[in-house]
Write a protein that binds this ligand. Structure first.
Ligand code: PLP
Length: 473
């Protein structure tokens, strides 16, 4: 009986399956009835008729005008792929403007997960039966899709995690902690989400190291000379967000990585808020680590990834032990597999990884450049419309921004704004957005935060602005 116990050495042909094929073709080859969905290409012709009938209801009141297109694809067709956008809340059509908290899922992702459980479900990398091979194949295809999506050299550089938070904890515990000595320093920025603060604080406390925080200017943007001035020989690591979840600021990430590298400091990039809004290349950024969550990029909950360069992954020691990650176990000593397996102890969220692969197919077929440019003009429109609302003050005005608008209103608590909008079917986040330091930098404890995705349309922004202009109940 063959046991598949090393991702790198996994070969379908060893299991009576067709040899290594390209991405979705693999599944299509032994699973012909699933071929179209296994490699979802956005094809407006295929998508339209059936999905419109199934999912579009009168709830899609704020449907896109025919002029609104992402690349060549009408936004109305994209919206028809997302069943939840036709929901009504409190009798009102849902306007989903809480995309920074989580994005909605297209039916291509939902159906891919269903198919996984209906036809492929098994544990991976164990046993030689057909379902184990199907499941392993689907999981490893998803890993390759993630690698391609973020410009990683190889799937071996991709570790599946529960999401960004677990990814940052993994990098902190497995790689950084063991390099720290008392008096060493880690550089963060004031823009960070709590997930990119607390794991570093924990290992700093445990090792006697300290955190140093890069400031921002009045617009919310990083001040590069001040960032560079933080580096000394005591700095052992830096972690930075690519896009701020509270203000939407796009940091000069590549420049910051280059500065850190000029001092010999490795860098982790938090891509939780960037992957859904712009093309990302870990090679272009030269990031040593990059982390993101599937649910922020139209994929399932409970899945995300860490990218790591090969050398640090080799050096890092797993912080979780268990099945799946070992080469050999005795009571005296355990040897580990190579990355990524050595960081994936236990059974992963296989179906979610497969669903993430489908989400990546979906956005890739539309084109991340197209998504970026559509959203840029939608954001400009939203900033213009909201600026005109009496008593509304936008927080953060950096020239480079993506997806997020933060604001406060004279005489209205932010929680009250959230409730007032919710009563009109408009979902925005109101609170501290798990980014208290940056809000406090602007003298605030909370803001209201509409956040965009490529399925949002101007009609929804108009409804938001209109509602904000009306007096509170
Ligand atoms: N980093 C940033 C910038 C975020 O916006 C978030 C979530 O909002 C996280 C990290 C944490 O992501 P998750 O909760 O998916 O682990």
């Amino acid at each position: 009986m063959t046991t598949v116990n090393n991702y790198a050495s996994y070969r379908p042909e060893d299991h009576g399956l067709p040899g290594i094929l390209e991405l979705g073709e693999k599944i299509a080859a032994y699973f012909p009835e699933f071929a179209p969905a296994a490699s979802v290409a956005y094809n407006p012709k295929v998508v339209s008729a059936e999905s419109s009938k199934t999912f579009r209801t009168d709830g899609d009141k704020y449907g896109a005008s025919s002029a609104e297109r992402v690349g060549g694809v009408p936004v109305s067709e994209i919206r028809a792929d997302f069943p939840i956008l036709s929901e009504r809340v409190g009798g009102k059509p849902l306007i989903w403007l809480d995309n920074a908290a989580t994005t909605q899922r297209p039916r291509q992702v939902i159906e891919r997960i269903v198919r996984y459980y209906e036809r492929e479900n098994s544990n991976t990398h164990r046993g030689a039966h057909t379902l184990a091979a199907r499941s392993t194949d689907a999981y490893e295809v998803a890993r390759r899709k993630v690698a391609d999506f973020i410009g990683a050299a190889s799937p071996d550089n991709i570790i599946f995690t529960r999401g960004t938070t677990e990814g940052l904890n993994l990098v902190a515990q497995s790689y950084v902690k063991r390099r720290l000595r008392p008096g060493d320093e880690i550089i963060l920025t004031i823009l960070e989400h709590h997930a990119n603060i607390v794991p570093w604080q924990m290992i700093a406390e445990e090792t006697g190291a300290a955190l140093k925080i890069a400031p921002v200017d009045e617009t919310g943007q990083i001040i590069l000379p001040e960032y560079a001035a933080l580096f000394t020989p005591r700095v052992k690591f830096a972690s930075i967000t690519q896009v701020s979840n509270a203000l939407g600021v796009i940091t000069p990430t590549a420049e910051m990585v280059a500065i850190a590298h000029s001092f010999g400091t490795p860098v982790c990039v938090d891509g939780a808020q960037s992957v859904s809004h712009m093309p990302v290349s870990v090679a272009g950024l030269d990031a040593d680590f990059f982390v993101f969550s599937g649910h922020k990029v139209f994929g399932p909950n409970g899945i995300g990834a860490v990218y790591g360069k090969s050398e640090p992954l080799e050096e890092a020691r797993p912080y979780q032990g268990g099945g799946n990650m070992i080469e050999d176990v005795t009571f005296e000593r355990t040897t580990y597999k190579k990355a990524p397996a050595k960081f994936e102890a236990g059974t992963g969220n296989i179906a979610a990884a497969v669903g993430l692969g489908a989400a990546i197919d979906y956005v890739t077929a539309i084109g991340m450049e197209n998504i970026e440019s559509y959203e840029r003009s939608l954001l400009e429109y939203a900033v213009r419309e909201l600026s005109a609302v009496p008593g509304l003050r936008l927080i953060g005005s950096a020239a480079q921004r993506a997806g997020v608008i933060s604001f406060v209103m004279e005489g209205r608590e932010t929680e009250e704004i959230g409730d007032f909008l919710n009563a009109a079917g408009i979902a925005v986040r109101a609170g501290h957005h798990c980014a208290q330091p940056i809000l406090r930098r602007f003298g605030l404890e909370s803001t209201a935060r509409p956040s965009l995705a490529f399925y949002n349309v101007k009609g929804e922004i108009d409804a938001l602005a209109e509602r904000l202009e009306s007096p509170p109940r």
